[in-house]
Design a protein around this ligand. Structure first.
Ligand SMILES: [Zn+2]
Length: 259
């Protein structure tokens, strides 16, 4: 018998959808899953797009968790409570269920991830980036590695955001992101001891990060509970790579919260 060390895998579900794929009825269904505090926060957002994407993200994460636990989406209670000020922002968590979740969106993509095994984060950014974001993103590329490829800069930014969501980096910590290949898994890469996988969409990059190796299943299908009046969306692209963690304390940053 071999006593070779085997990394314990974390199973996680990543779900990516285009908000424009959801019709009015699906959006109404999505909204019906939200609780009073979520609706108040949602309705306080300044743009229709922001309200739509928050609604979809919060509904989608319920759908994914409900699938894992054989529940109805509306039975999944999603809570955001800032540990510093008590406000309805900060890392989302699911009440009363042993599952970790993360939510992200750009204008045209909403992505959620759920894992029953440990902390997990997802971040999505538009690619190519807006001009005013490109400089900050490019700073994350180690010197000598900048090929001028926008996707590399955007990917590093998503890793930076995941590290923040996992409490492993501060918002203003723009040290270069050094990526190392995983010795066994070509779709996984390592950054600062954590495991990452990235997915390249036509106009965005989605990255999932975890302190432990992740066995990631990816779906870009609009899930059944939100399917009414929906259109199909792009197939998920090639996986690029996940990551690991020590518990750290996240400083308060409500104004520029990545969540
Ligand atoms: Zn706060």
């Amino acid at each position: 018998m071999s006593f070779q060390q085997v990394e314990e895998m974390v199973t996680a579900q990543l779900r990516i959808i285009e908000p424009s794929a959801l019709g009015r009825r699906a959006l109404a269904t999505a909204r019906s899953f939200l609780t009073g505090p979520e609706l108040i926060r949602c309705d306080s957002l300044p743009s229709g797009q922001a309200r739509r994407n928050l609604t979809i993200g919060h509904a989608l994460v319920r759908v994914v968790v409900a699938e894992q636990f054989a529940l109805e989406p509306a039975q999944v209670l999603l809570v955001q409570k800032c540990p510093t000020c008590g406000g309805p922002h900060g890392r989302p968590h699911v009440a009363d269920l042993p599952v970790h979740v993360s939510i992200t969106h750009t204008a045209n993509v909403v992505a959620v991830v759920a894992s029953r095994r440990g902390p997990i984060a997802v971040d999505c950014e538009e690619c190519p980036p807006r001009t005013h974001h490109r400089d900050a993103m490019t700073r994350l590329i180690p010197s000598g590695e900048n090929s001028g490829d926008d996707r590399e800069a955007v990917k590093r930014w998503t890793i930076h955001e995941c590290l923040m969501k996992l409490g492993m980096r501060e918002l203003d910590d723009l040290r270069p992101v050094h990526i190392a290949a995983h010795p066994q898994k070509p779709d996984t890469f390592l950054v600062e001891g954590s495991y990452f996988s990235s997915v390249a969409l036509p106009a965005a990059v989605v990255t999932v990060g975890s302190p432990a190796p992740v066995d990631l299943s990816i779906s870009s299908e609009v899930p059944e509970p939100l399917k009414s009046a929906s259109m199909p969306i792009h197939p998920p692209p090639q996986s690029i790579g996940p990551f690991t963690g020590r518990p750290t304390v996240r400083r308060h940053s409500a104004q520029r919260s990545p969540f």
